[in-house]
Write a protein that binds this ligand. Sequence first.
Ligand code: IPE
Ligand code: IPE
Ligand code: MG
Length: 250
Amino acid sequence: MTAKQSVFSELPVDLSRDRLPKHVAVIMDGNGRWAKQRGLPRIMGHRRGVDALKDLLRCCKDWGIEALTAYAFSTENWGRPLEEVDFLMTLFERVLRQELREMQAENVKIRFAGNLAALPASLQAEIERSMEETRNNTGTQFTVATNYGGRQEIVQACRAIAQKVQQGQLQPDDIDEALFERYLYTAGDRDPDLLIRTSGEMRISNFLLWQVAYSELYVTDTLWPDFDRSEFHQALCSYQKRDRRFGKVS
Ligand code: IPE
Ligand code: IPE
Ligand code: MG
């Protein structure tokens, strides 16, 4: 544990435990820029990005945040240079293999959201294994959005519902928000309370389009590999100042 980390191993005193977000989602952006600033290849930024994610996951456990969802690879990221895509797929596989024991020890339940069938077979096997081995864990619920696209998720839900209607198992009038939600990758999950994006970009980039309807947004200029506990602390302070009205009057 680094000195900086140990200072923050307890929930900072200026945060109120009963007003913490229960589910935090994060768009981990800026790995490439982090590397470029240091004259390094982009992949070095992705490597350091893994360390930032590992610490955020541990921090959620330390501070009592129930669920973390991280955007690791979008359906649009296939359009990057082949070497970068290959590097990322290999990195995901290696990290999963290396971190499984630690996640078990920390009682993390890992899951994946996205079109997993299009991922390399060896990565799919690691994904299956990690979900299977942590399925009964009761600690932090950690969802990794991999080959995830919000539009693709909504379209696949529509297709599955249409098939049920065609087979006569559902009537069009049965389709409401609660039913629709059950066909998403995140079926049964609480929507994110807080969505964090690093690197300053003010956009959603096709992440959790349905689920972020009423999430609080927090954007920081900090690049993802530099996002540490003090940055997370700032995001939570901002969150605790928000008035979540959900369309009503306060
Ligand atoms: C986010 O960092 C990681 C992934 C999308 C996999 P980027 O790779 O998008 O970094 P920038 O935005 O180019 O700096
Ligand atoms: C969003 O970042 C996707 C992930 C963090 C996995 P991008 O870097 O792909 O988003 P854009 O291209 O800036 O919108
Ligand atoms: Mg980016």
